[in-house]
Design a protein around this ligand. Structure first.
Ligand code: MN3
Length: 280
């Protein structure tokens, strides 16, 4: 598989923010705000609501609200975040979270829906199954599924293992396993951060459980999931080291992002994944 093919379906080249600010788009992008306020308005105002929408062009120069995530016709859906976009500040800024979730993750889900629609026999397959059995996916959509089912799975995990109440030392069974494998949490963090810094280009750094039941640090390129047959590992936790995950706040300082990220890791959620890994 060539590198070009491998990257052809990623959303990183999408530039929705560069779309022209036309009136239709303004109306669509205002939907979220409009609906929020709608309950407070008298019905008559809603019926004659033209004045609400007749915003002078000068007012439209304000920062546009993001588009409502459009993930296409399904069946795969964008999971909502369990916390506000800015809840992980100062470690991850709200704008990065919003763009990352509403645009990047949305694009993976939409591209996955479009790919799988071309192969009716895959109907009902979970993203996990698509990735684990990628070799049985029709070749015409295999790269698209690798990138976009991978992107969907990876990001779904990513949002779930972070929390505004996260950080601190690991707890429970994963604490014992990390200490037993790496000597200490600090030694594990150092090795994980080093691996993340050394991942050339876009990708992920992971703590995985191997088929043999061992904990290991792994990095993968692009949106490769550790569940792919060539890695055959269960992702217990992972950090996204694509520039889109950190560039607005950290620019080229990936090491600083990797260090700060531990402040939002939700060890309760990580322990749940560790328990799930044992059951595989
Ligand atoms: Mn990402």
């Amino acid at each position: 598989m060539s590198r070009d093919n491998h990257r052809s379906n990623g959303p990183e080249n999408d530039s929705p923010e560069n779309a022209p600010a036309c009136r239709t788009e303004f109306l669509m992008t205002s939907r979220r705000t409009f609906l929020k306020g709608a309950a407070l308005l008298a019905p008559a105002t809603l019926l004659t609501g033209g004045s609400l929408l007749a915003v002078p062009s000068s007012a439209r120069a304000q920062p546009a609200a993001p588009k409502e995530p459009d993930t296409g016709s399904g069946p795969y859906l964008l999971p909502p975040l369990a916390y506000p976009f800015n809840a992980l500040e100062p470690h991850i800024d709200g704008q990065t979270m919003q763009i990352h979730h509403d645009r990047h993750h949305t694009a993976y889900v939409k591209n996955l829906n479009e790919a799988v629609a071309k192969a009716p026999r895959l109907k009902g397959a979970t993203p996990d199954a698509l990735i684990r059995d990628l070799g049985t996916v029709p070749e015409a959509i295999r790269t698209a599924v690798r990138n976009n089912a991978g992107g969907h799975l990876n990001h779904t995990m990513f949002w779930a293992i972070m929390s505004p109440k996260g950080g601190g030392e690991p707890t429970g069974a994963i604490r014992e396993a990390i200490t037993g494998t790496f000597g200490s949490f600090a030694a594990f963090q150092t090795a994980f951060n080093d691996a993340g810094v050394k991942r050339f280009g876009s990708g992920w750094v992971w703590l995985v459980q191997t088929k043999a039941g061992k904990l290991e640090i792994l990095t993968t390129p692009n949106q490769d999931s550790p569940l792919l047959a060539e890695y055959a590992s269960y992702p217990i936790l992972g950090n996204d080291v694509w520039e889109h995950a950190y560039y607005l706040k950290y620019q080229n300082r990936r090491p600083d992002y990797l260090k700060a990220w531990w402040n939002v890791v939700d060890w309760k959620a990580v322990n749940q994944r560790f328990a799930a890994a044992k059951a595989v």
